[in-house]
Design a protein around this ligand. Structure first.
Ligand SMILES: [Fe+2]
Length: 358
């Protein structure tokens, strides 16, 4: 944690610190479902009036962002790693320790037995936790699901998440849940739907709330579509919440839809980034699929090194691995590489060809 605080307070000292311490399921079928259901969404319209953007906006979220604790580097929580996490916690060199965990609430809602044992064991061991859900369905024209909100509230009473998050997408319609995150049209109507839902969520839960940029495989046509970055920015500013920047998703979308990932990130309000996700993907002949089942590729590491020093309010970086789970030591090695990449990104002239584009 100490190095994280130093990074925040004194970025220019990082070359010295680094020198001192350097010794140390998504399937094709799922995609097709995404495309068809997303196109279906276009036919759904609401009467919600879109907010007008009036920059610069005052922000309670940014005014209080320093109150969010610095968590450092974390891992997505998987029950299979319980014994490894408990064994390594407090025994490894601090530079290699997993500092926090992010749970997927759907894996623990209304559960008992081993699921409760996992959470209680890790909480007792002192791991801070965050929650990263998939079922708020922020962009759905339906009302928020009150049963889901109640279940989240009960889980959070046990876990006390440092922050919680979900995606800018929709994952349900008329009470039916899909096994995927559906993209939204980049319209002011969709902005208004998301903002309305986020404001309700913020009013109910006393934890900072973040939204994540998704990977998507179909762009939803709309006659007055905003750019994706403008769409996300309007939601963030009007709902006044934080951004969970998934760098792998930026890369996957930039390849599948042909845009410049650096220009995309430059257009986002990076001061609202509280958390960064890093993950692997699968390259096929047709497209790149965001699987969370492969090691992080070098190009995604380079994008991370562009983003990391520019997210001045960043509180945590998370390695996501949801499928094709490796041995814990293999994952820990990738985790350590991620930390070193963060340190490297603060060195002068690090990855100069990438930085030169900023
Ligand atoms: Fe993510």
């Amino acid at each position: 944690m100490w190095f994280w605080r130093l990074r925040q307070q004194s970025p220019q000292s990082w070359p010295i610190i680094y020198t001192l311490f350097n010794h140390e399921t998504k399937t094709l079928g799922g995609m097709l479902t995404t495309m068809s259901l997303s196109i279906f969404y276009v036919s759904l319209r609401t009467n919600v009036t879109a907010p007008q953007r009036t920059p610069p906006m005052s922000s309670d979220f940014l005014a209080q962002i320093d109150l969010i604790p610095q968590l450092g580097f974390g891992l997505g929580l998987k029950d299979t790693y319980l014994d490894d996490l408990l064994t390594q916690h407090g025994t490894l060199d601090p530079a290699h320790q997993v500092e926090w965990l992010e749970l997927i609430p759907e894996n623990y809602l209304d559960k008992g037995g081993f699921s409760v044992h996992v959470l209680d064991s890790l909480l007792d061991a002192g791991f801070p936790m965050t929650s990263h859900g998939v079922n708020l369905s922020l962009g759905s024209v339906d009302a928020l699901n009150p049963q889901y909100l109640d279940a989240l509230e009960a889980l959070f009473a046990r876990v006390q998440p440092v922050w919680f998050s979900d995606h800018i997408s929709f994952s349900s319609s008329q009470g039916r849940y899909f096994n995927d995150l559906m993209p939204l049209p980049f319209s002011t109507e969709a902005v208004a739907v998301c903002v309305d839902h986020i404001l309700q969520i913020k009013q109910r839960f006393p934890y900072p709330f973040l939204v994540e940029n998704i990977s998507y495989y179909a762009q939803i046509p709309h006659p007055d579509a905003l750019s994706e970055a403008a769409f996300l920015t309007q939601i963030l500013e009007h709902a006044d919440c934080g951004l969970l920047l998934d760098v792998n998703n930026v890369y996957v979308n930039s390849k599948n839809h042909g845009y410049d990932p650096i220009a995309f990130m430059q257009a986002l309000p990076l001061d609202r980034v509280v958390e960064i996700h890093m993950a692997g993907h699968l390259e096929t002949e047709a497209m790149i699929i965001d699987t969370h089942g492969e090691p992080i590729c070098p190009d995604v590491f380079k994008l991370f090194q562009w983003a990391y020093p520019r997210c001045r309010n960043l509180k945590g970086v998370l390695l996501e691995r949801d499928t094709n789970l490796p041995e814990f030591q293999t994952l820990l090695a990738e985790y350590t590489t991620l930390r070193h990449c963060a340190y490297d990104s603060l060195l002068p002239d690090a990855f100069a060809p990438v930085l030169a584009r900023s």
